[in-house]
Design a protein around this ligand. Structure first.
Ligand code: COA
Length: 145
């Protein structure tokens, strides 16, 4: 079996198409959204961490810096066949390690309601009122690094 590797990439990287495909399949297609909806306006300014093996992107998480010390974690996704095996937690921890090195001290995110316990296990706490995004209930969550 090919070893799983973790790399930070940008949209010029050969694995970026695979990252977009994973994001579409896991985060957009199940909601009936079009492939064009997968990209964010701040795609190029964001950090993209991918877990990959044999050229296949198996998980990803992105981070958009909003100022020198804080920003938003977004587009957290793991291949369905690999969910529940610790990959999502590893991706968040690896992203946080890199953010600390870069001087970031605070992370916030928009959690889909059923996924709140996943982020709570990783030290994130809910704040503010529930809201709807991409047509489904979400909660604001945050943590200090
Ligand atoms: C949410 C997601 C990224 C989690 O990644 P994962 O690899 O499946 O999660 P892990 O195996 O690393 O789980 C880490 C811990 O969180 C728990 N957990 C994961 N998903 C959970 C959920 N939906 N509800 C409750 N607990 C959950 C796991 O049981 C595990 O607990 P443990 O530390 O006691 O063993 C992944 O399931 C996924 O891609 N889901 C679909 C897309 C999605 O909803 N993304 C998030 C958008 S906000």
């Amino acid at each position: 079996m090919t070893d799983l590797r973790f790399d930070f990439i940008d949209p010029r990287h050969p694995l970026y198409e695979g990252e977009l495909e994973l994001r579409f399949r896991v985060l957009r297609e199940p909601l009936g959204h079009a492939r064009e909806d997968v990209k964010f306006p701040f795609e190029n300014e964001s950090l993209h961490l991918v877990a990959h093996a044999g050229g296949v992107v198996q998980g990803c998480v992105l981070f958009n810096p909003e100022d020198a010390h804080s920003g938003r974690l977004f587009q957290m996704a793991v291949l369905p066949s690999l969910q529940g095996k610790g990959l999502g937690a590893k991706l968040v921890r690896a992203l946080e390690d890199e953010l600390r090195k870069r001087g970031f001290r605070h992370v916030h995110l928009h959690a889909r309601a059923p996924v709140v316990p996943f982020y709570e296990r990783l030290g994130y706490a809910v704040y503010d009122e529930p809201f709807v995004e991409v047509g489904i209930p979400h909660r604001h969550m945050q943590r200090d690094l």
